[in-house]
Design a protein around this ligand. Structure first.
Ligand code: KDG
Ligand code: MG
Length: 403
């Protein structure tokens, strides 16, 4: 079964997605997600101009060899653009293998280790009252775990907090990134009270998560982790800049609040120190940016040795193809932790009809052969690419600040 056709489809049904479509000599179609938020066209070009021509004529069943060829065979390794593109190839090949075998991908990965994947929803509010309402709404939908983000009184806008009735979307459409003003001290003063209010309202049972978006120094992160201990967080995410695992060491020494990191990682090499030294409790690598199903499952197998569990990134910039891939992995690994589920808008679900489903707090990838996701190309074509960027942060004096 040879790969005969490789095509990159860029569409924007409300937000941008890059999808790789592979077609084999037997007519089997496989999809991979190559969406790199705010850098979509770079990943599309890497795929279209550099990887797609290498795929034509290759045996579609040789997933591992293709991965090795594209990663180990390349002089320029790693980085988000290349790894997003390789991820899409790998995921599309697993989709093809599943369809060729008549089995859902999770069966090829060893079969289900659980009945469903615990999911967490997003809730945000410009103030505590609005956040309490948003969390209540997510619990009413059946979620047992909710990520809670709140506005900070001294700050005009806070990333991750919806600004009105519209759901929060990580990237805003426009030719340049929005600029936001950040103040870590104001944020640190406010957050513990927010979680005290959440626990007072909802009691001890719901799992509560919080995302810091890489903005604190190690000492500030340690202070926040300690201040949140009485409120029993499921995890505190991305407390310090992602590229320096050593920063987490100091945080770890001072707090027992569970930590998560990894949504911006793209290879095992970003994870090595963290896994070896057990610097977090949850690792957020996912098939879409971290080398596909093949590479992510290796990272998660190593994580298991350190009692670290998975917490795959699942914001809206992970397309339904990427979400399905994460769910097949999540269902099949022993050390699954939780799956992020920032729901897509109905138009996105219409462009990518899918078999995965949410029920009573859990996601299940479904039992269709392959990933169980397709692409309505005619509908996708009605929604062409629109430039969009994640925002940047500056301090009040204009200094650029970390993500
Ligand atoms: O593209 C980046 C977003 O997906 C990210 O900023 C959202 O932090 C995020 C999360 O945890 O979902
Ligand atoms: Mg995050």
């Amino acid at each position: 079964m040879r790969i005969e056709h490789a095509e990159v489809i860029v569409c924007s049904p409300g937000r941008n997605f890059v999808t790789l479509k592979l077609v084999t000599s037997d007519g089997v179609v496989g999809y991979g997600d190559a969406t790199l938020n705010g850098r979509e066209l770079a990943a599309a070009s890497y795929l279209r101009d550099h990887l797609a021509p290498l795929l034509i004529g290759r045996d579609a069943h040789r997933i591992e060899d293709t991965w090795q060829y594209l990663y180990r065979g390349a002089y320029w390794r790693g980085g988000p653009v290349a790894m997003t593109a390789i991820s899409a190839v790998d995921v599309a090949l697993w989709d093809i293998k599943g369809k060729a075998c008549g089995l859902p991908v999770y069966q090829l990965l060893g079969g289900a280790c659980r009945d469903g994947c615990l999911a967490y929803a997003h809730a945000s509010g410009r103030d505590v009252a609005e956040l309490l309402e948003a969390v209540a709404a997510k619990l009413a939908l059946g979620y047992r775990a909710v990520r809670a983000q709140a506005g900070v009184p001294e700050l005009r806008k806070v990333y991750g907090v919806a600004t009105g009735s519209e759901a929060y979307e990580p990237a805003a459409r426009g030719a340049r990134p929005d600029e936001e003003v950040w103040d870590s001290r104001a944020y640190l003063r406010h957050v513990p009270g927010v979680f005290a209010a959440l626990r007072a309202q909802f009691g001890p049972e719901p799992a509560l998560l919080h995302d810091v978006h890489h903005r604190l120094t190690p000492l500030q992160a340690a202070q926040l982790g300690r201040a949140l201990e009485p409120h029993d967080l499921f995890w505190l995410e991305d407390v310090t800049p992602a590229e320096n695992p050593d920063a987490l060491r100091l945080v770890r020494e001072h707090t027992v609040t569970p930590l998560a990191i990894g949504e911006a990682f793209n290879t095992f090499w970003h994870c090595r120190t963290i896994l070896q030294d057990r610097l977090v409790d949850y690792i957020r690598v996912k098939p879409s940016h971290t080398g596909g199903i093949s590479h992510v499952r290796r990272i998660l197998a190593l994580a298991e040795l350190s009692q670290i569990r998975s917490g795959c990134h699942g914001a809206t910039d992970i397309s339904p193809v990427g979400m399905a891939a994460a769910l097949h992995v999540g269902l099949a690994i022993p050390n699954f932790g939780i799956q992020e589920h920032q729901r897509h808008e109905p138009l996105v679900d219409a462009v990518f009809p899918h078999a995965y489903r949410f029920d009573d707090g859990y996601l299940h990838p479904g039992d269709e052969p392959g990933l169980g996701v397709s692409l309505d190309e005619a509908l996708a074509a009605q929604h062409p690419y629109v430039a969009a960027y994640l925002p940047v942060n500056r301090l009040a004096d204009g200094t650029m600040h970390d993500w």
